[in-house]
Design a binder for this molecule. Structure first.
Ligand SMILES: CC[C@@H](C(=O)O)C(=O)SCCNC(=O)CCNC(=O)[C@H](O)C(C)(C)COP(=O)(O)OP(=O)(O)OC[C@H]1O[C@@H](n2cnc3c(N)ncnc32)[C@H](O)[C@@H]1OP(=O)(O)O
Length: 311
């Protein structure tokens, strides 16, 4: 609160700082936890870095679609501590990608992600570190979902535990044949801690979420479609052309929604996000603000000059 009041004062004192203010406000409003909640980011970052292994790869394409790959195949793409830190850094990079429109999150070597690296989990199993890791990952995955990009989780193989939670931090879930999403937390004596339960409720409703978590249900693509967790089922690599057919299919699926100017696609994501997360009055004000940024902007002027018809 004190930080917000200070930023507002700064903005009022010098209106030229308006753009910077809005940038900072947008950034800080994406964070769930700060030091006022007892979150010590630097300390947990350092502790997580002590558990190395794997990597998070980010590949940005000229098309405006980026691919984020969870890469730790020797451990079924489980998240080591350093991968958690790296994911946060990749999200920071994506937050300032002005040409970006879409994002595909996938795992390396034909499987999605088996959650936290259990070796790291065992080593930091005290409640204090667990809470700090939980806040770190909630902040990161909230920022991932709030990116001004349309995001899809491309699920091949297994998405287990934290991996299942990660799929809910994307706007859409595309599943390959034979893949599964399973919130196995109950079997680990846990509940989701990366924000996965809250997001799951908003995706499938509280009744289905209760079944998925209470039963640690193995959700295959058909079941996923049935309950609305899955948005589409892809063809297998062998049925599609090319060495990485599922990735190509995911790109084609996503590109239906990312055609057009980046500023407009990002605006689309922002208005839907505010409708999803905010109270109606606040969502309407945000929509007005976003509308003000695209009204009379190049894409709008171009469309007017073209006398566009929408047959
Ligand atoms: C806070 C915790 C919670 C969260 O963050 O929300 C979690 O995520 S807890 C983790 C939940 N995930 C699991 O419990 C997965 C456990 N693993 C499995 O069930 C299986 O390994 C598998 C993923 C279904 C794959 O089975 P299979 O195809 O038979 O392969 P292997 O079992 O031989 O696995 C290969 C290799 O990978 C290691 N592995 C797999 N998952 C993890 C993991 N989460 N952490 C660390 N290591 C993992 C597995 O141990 C094998 O290694 P080696 O024995 O050295 O070959």
């Amino acid at each position: 609160m004190a930080r917000c009041a200070f930023m507002e004062q700064l903005w009022r004192r010098n209106s030229q700082c308006g753009a910077l203010f809005r940038l900072l406000q947008r950034r800080s409003s994406s964070w769930v936890y700060s030091n006022t909640h007892g979150f010590n980011e630097e300390e947990i970052r350092e502790k997580l870095q002590a558990f190395p292994g794997g990597s998070i790869e980010l590949q940005k394409q000229d098309s405006g679609i980026a691919t984020l790959t969870i890469n730790n195949p020797a451990r079924m793409n489980a998240f080591s501590g350093s991968m958690m830190v790296s994911l946060e850094e990749r999200v920071t990079q994506l937050e300032s990608w002005t040409e970006g429109k879409g994002l595909i999150v996938r795992g390396a070597a034909g499987t999605f992600c088996s959650g936290s690296d259990l070796n790291a989990v065992r080593a930091i199993s005290n409640p204090q570190d667990g809470m700090q890791m939980c806040m770190f990952m909630q902040n990161t995955l909230t920022r991932l979902l709030r990116l001004p990009l349309i995001s899809v989780a491309l699920v091949e193989g297994s998405a287990l535990g934290g991996g299942a939670e990660l799929t809910t931090a994307c706007d859409f879930r595309l599943m390959a044949p034979g893949s599964r999403i399973q919130f196995v937390h109950k079997y680990m004596g846990l509940v989701p801690g990366w924000g996965g339960a809250a997001r799951l409720v908003s995706i499938v409703g509280s009744s289905e979420a209760l079944k998925l978590l209470g039963g640690a249900v193995n959700v295959d693509p058909d079941h996923g479609l049935h309950i609305g967790l899955t948005d589409t089922v892809l063809k297998g690599n062998e049925e599609s052309e090319g060495a990485d057919g599922v990735l190509q299919q995911a790109e084609e699926w996503l590109s239906r929604y990312t055609k057009g100017a980046a500023a407009v696609i990002q605006a689309v994501k922002r208005v839907v996000l505010s409708g999803r997360e905010l109270q109606l009055c606040e969502a309407l004000r945000t929509e007005k603000e976003v509308f003000g940024r695209v009204w009379g902007a190049p894409a709008n002027l171009q469309a007017l000059a073209n006398k566009s018809k929408h047959k």
